[in-house]
Design a protein around this ligand. Structure first.
Ligand code: PLP
Length: 396
């Protein structure tokens, strides 16, 4: 008999994966170029040439065991130092190697951060709708309960009244994701400072630390003219979770980190605690080759300009067709209102035009749908008549 909780979870497999698989089937029938698959957040631009070059050079010049051997549990020094120096240079922080823990992507980073702060059964983690749907299994797998603050659907900034109502004594951490999947919205400085003030007040009221876990895989995907404040500079008790998956288009390489704010209460021990968590979960020693490669290319990104171009076209055209949407400030997602309250029914109807969209309910925000526009611009343009026909069904 297998663990019943996991067996039960197999009945609730990812909606996004299901839609993506449907897209593959449909592509086999009508051709890949005729399916407008906006389901999956898989980057669509190549990795930086310098990154591929660094891998080739490392393989040619470095000792086999340095490249293919186990990494130290906390990560390879060179990578940890490069991350700390990059964050200090860009955001005026004062991280040192001892504050950086290398992980397998942002998923690994968030999972470690959550386990580090959760103690008692029933401890709570706050997340804000709309939220990345994997937060629920991450939180529950770490023994916590995800408490979702409903969305402010006019701006997709934070609904502070709802947050204050839900911030009870069991809350051990607040999980934010900016720039946001699925809304594409970037939290303003005002939002972050207001959040920081509430967390400070609640720490004093309840007499225990409340961590801010900032999940930032889209940090580099910010559009022209948008300011994306560095979250950890607003609040001392912050764990910053990062991934190179999206900025360098390398999600399959599984590489990221947690950066522990040097001003946080547990700055002296948090990274060692993460090391112990890895022992328990078996998710230890992220790939050495990838750590060495990101250390050499810490300031590089893929050419991300296609995402802004796609956003500009989709936002302009969809709003002209009658869709209502908060304009994204970054990422490669947008999150318009569905043209009927039932977002699932709406996305089902979109399939008629081979438009694959993801219902908002899975992100804790029904009545909306997600467009992952990490696809070629020519395909975005060819998909517009499909959006138009869909809109006409509702709006005439
Ligand atoms: N967090 C958010 C908000 C994401 O969108 C994703 C992936 O899409 C992840 C975490 C996981 O990222 P990674 O592939 O780096 O583990």
């Amino acid at each position: 008999m297998l663990n019943s909780r996991y067996v039960e979870m197999t009945n609730h497999e990812s909606v996004i994966r299901k839609i993506f698989m449907y897209g593959k089937e449909r592509a086999a029938q009508i051709g890949y170029e005729n399916v407008f698959d906006y389901s999956l957040g898989n980057p669509s631009v190549p990795a930086p040439e310098r990154f591929n070059g660094a891998i080739r050079d490392i393989l040619r010049t470095q000792d086999d065991m340095a490249v293919h051997g186990y990494s130290p549990v906390l990560g390879i020094s060179e990578a940890r130092q490069a991350v700390a120096a990059s964050l200090n240079r860009r955001f005026g922080m004062h991280y040192e190697e001892k504050h950086i823990f290398m992980t397998a992507g942002a998923a690994g980073a968030v999972a470690h951060a959550l386990r580090a702060v959760l103690e008692e059964p029933g401890d709570e983690i706050i997340a804000f709708a709309p939220y990345f749907s994997e937060y629920k299994p991450y939180a529950e797998g770490a023994g916590g309960r995800l408490v979702v603050v409903p969305a402010d659907t006019d701006s997709f900034q934070i609904h502070f009244d709802a947050l204050e109502r839900l911030m009870g004594p069991k809350v051990k951490a607040v999980l934010v994701n900016t720039p946001n999947n699925p809304s594409g919205v970037v939290y303003s400085e005002e939002t972050l400072l207001h959040l920081a003030q509430i967390l400070q007040d609640k720490q004093s009221e309840y007499g225990h630390s409340i961590y801010l876990i900032s999940d930032e895989p889209y940090r580099e995907l910010v559009f022209d003219g948008v300011k994306a404040p560095y979250v950890a500079s607003c609040y001392a008790n912050t764990f910053t979770c990062y991934s190179f998956s999206k900025s360098m288009s390398v999600p399959g390489e599984r590489i990221g980190y947690v950066a522990v704010n040097p001003d946080s209460e547990d700055a002296g021990c948090a990274v060692n605690v993460f090391g112990q968590i890895s022992r328990e979960t078996g998710h230890n020693c992220p790939p050495s080759l990838m750590q060495l490669a990101v250390a050499r290319c810490i300031s590089d990104t893929s050419d991300l300009s296609v995402y802004e171009e796609n956003k500009t076209i989709l936002y302009r055209e969809l709003t002209a067709m009658g869709f209502s949407c908060v304009e994204p400030g970054g990422t490669f997602y947008m999150f318009p209102r569905s043209l009927e309250p039932d977002d699932k029914a709406f996305c089902e109807r979109a399939k008629k035009y081979d438009l694959l969209l993801v219902p908002g309910g899975g992100f804790g925000c029904p009545g909306h749908f997600r467009i992952a526009y990490c696809i070629p611009t020519e395909k975005v343009i060819r998909s517009l008549p499909a959006f138009r026909m869909l809109a006409e069904e509702y709006l005439g």
